[in-house]
Design a protein around this ligand. Structure first.
Ligand code: GLN
Length: 532
């Protein structure tokens, strides 16, 4: 097994996850089987209880694991379907150590970070990718973080255990441009590499994030101070058009050649063509449209990361540039006039969310889409909102709501799922992961999937209340996707509307740049069709 360890230096948000995913993509282009894995040094067991405004989106895997959004990059850039074996936090590692201690597994010993915590980390790296050629392990955070130290120590031990063979250290760092001096600076990189060396890790490859190209002279300087050959100083320029340019950019810098040479892997030549085709399509779209994203987590763009990506994939598939205009749900709530918010909007998308804030604004957006025949796509909460809106304004139940928002509402068209009602603990207890959905022939959902059964990823506690199903149907709502085991509404759509569809799941988690999710692709196709 070959191991590639990716660490980050100087600042967070360097795009290590994108770099790890893109390296995975390049190795797959050379015919290798790749396994990607991430360790997050925070103490939460998983990010499931974290606010997306701080941490960004919570990404969900098929097996229901709630993870960091970098796992989303890994799944989008590589062909892998990931599971709980691909994501760990310090919280999980320590919980396991403490559980073993109480169990008496270490009887007689003093339990310590080295070796007990580091052993747990190593076990998880060794257990990854049984049938892969290469394991790419990313360590979250930045060198020098106190909480990241046990992970770096574990990597150092793995290199030692493997005789420094078949192990490669890639350090992603920032080369800041100082405007006042008019210069790029290498000192932060030198210092972050010094931090790695302090712990006994000598990076093999330095990937330099930079706003402007780095000169040969600068590459030589980084090479000298960081102790890597000049050709292993890789420039990673800020991407102009799309993140999907990254595999080609790193290939141009010969990253995959260097990696394969250092790990002594013989492969077929790299077939970068599929990525170049994608970039080509993004660069030269034939048409353009604008989707309004009615949102409430506004401080961090990453809060809706996979939704943005799935929209971009649908653009690629439809040969079109999709602009996303964020509409603040709370502002909508206050507005007297809806028209101004939607004057430039060709389609309305309501993403998932939790809690009461912004709900009334979202309901107004769904009403606007229904009445003005604007294509509408509701994801999870976005489906529940569509149901509430329909109950209020078509069925005439003015107080219809979800019991999440108003527990005592007299018309709970969305209510807590039965098996959720006795759950007290918050972490990892929602309806999570992949569940089957049966599609009804002749519906827009079926038309998109062209399949009678599909599996989609979930993350919710509330559901459509089946007591209202008949009344909805009588007034033109179609329940086009149903969970066959529990008769839960998974997809609803309006009969007399160009394209108005809500899904209880998160299709954005299964969309790929080469293969947009069918519902996203059809939503954008409908947006384009209605635009003319
Ligand atoms: N808050 C809603 C629920 O728990 C929707 C969740 C979501 O959008 N992911 O059912």
């Amino acid at each position: 097994m070959k191991y590639i360890f990716i660490t980050g230096g100087v600042v967070s948000s360097l795009g290590k996850g994108l770099t790890a995913g893109s390296l995975g993509a390049l190795l797959e282009c050379r015919g290798l089987k790749v396994c990607t894995q991430k360790f997050d040094p925070y103490l939460n067991i998983d990010p499931g209880t974290m606010n997306p405004s701080q941490h960004g989106e919570v990404y969900v895997l098929d097996d229901g694991t709630e993870t960091d959004l970098d796992l989303g990059h890994y799944e989008r850039f590589t062909s892998s379907t990931l599971s709980k074996k691909n994501t760990f936090t310090s919280g999980q590692i320590y919980a396991s150590v403490l559980h073993k201690e109480r169990n008496g597994d270490y009887l007689g010993k003093t339990v310590q970070v080295i070796p007990h915590v580091t052993n747990e980390i190593k076990e998880r790296i060794y257990a990854a990718g049984e049938d892969a050629d290469v394991v790419i392990t990313e360590i979250g955070g930045t060198t020098g973080d106190i909480e990241g130290l046990p992970f770096l120590e574990a990597l150092r031990q793995i290199a030692l255990e493997r005789n420094h063979e078949n192990v490669l250290f890639v350090h992603v760092t920032l080369i800041p441009f100082l405007k006042a001096a008019g210069e790029l600076k290498t000192k932060p990189t030198q210092q972050s590499v010094a931090k790695l060396r302090e712990i006994g890790i000598l990076p093999d490859i330095i990937i330099c994030r930079t706003e402007i190209p780095i000169s040969d002279e600068m590459r030589q300087k980084i090479s000298l101070f960081c102790n890597v050959p000049v050709k292993s100083v890789i420039e990673e320029l800020d991407l102009k058009v799309s993140i999907y340019e990254l595999p080609s950019l790193l290939h141009f810098e010969k990253l995959d050649d260097i990696v394969c040479e250092k790990l002594r892997i013989q492969t077929q030549p790299c077939n970068i063509q599929p990525w170049e085709t994608i970039v080509e399509k993004i660069k030269f779209p034939k048409r353009e449209c604008t989707v309004g994203l009615v949102a409430k987590y506004l401080d961090v763009k990453d809060a809706y990361k996979s939704v943005y990506e799935a929209i971009a994939h649908s653009g690629i598939q439809n040969d079109c540039k999709v602009n996303v205009e964020v509409i603040d749900a709370e502002e909508l709530e206050q507005a007297d006039e809806m028209d101004e918010f939607f004057s430039n909007i060709d389609g309305i998308l309501l993403p998932g969310g939790f809690g009461n804030r912004g709900i009334e604004g979202k309901i107004l957006a769904a009403k606007f889409a229904r009445e003005h025949r604007i294509p509408y796509f509701g994801l999870c909460l976005g489906m529940q909102i569509a149901a509430i809106e329909f109950a209020r304004h078509v069925l005439g139940y003015g107080d219809a709501n979800s019991t999440e928002m108003v527990p005592e509402t007299s018309n709970p068209v969305v209510r807590m799922m039965l098996n959720q009602r006795n759950i007290q603990k918050k972490g990892g207890t929602m309806r999570l992961g992949s569940y089957p959905c049966k599609l009804i022939l002749g519906t827009k959902a079926y038309e998109a999937y062209r399949n009678a059964y599909v599996n989609e990823r979930h993350r919710h506690r509330y559901e459509f209340n089946n007591d209202y199903r008949q009344q909805f149907e009588e007034r033109g709502m179609i329940f086009s996707g149903i969970n066959p085991d529990f008769d839960l509404v998974e997809i609803l759509e309006l009969k007399d509307h160009p394209w108005f569809l809500g899904v209880q799941f998160h299709p954005e988690f299964r969309s790929k740049p080469q293969r947009a999710h069918p519902l996203f692709a059809d939503f954008i196709a409908a947006v384009l069709k209605e635009k003319v």
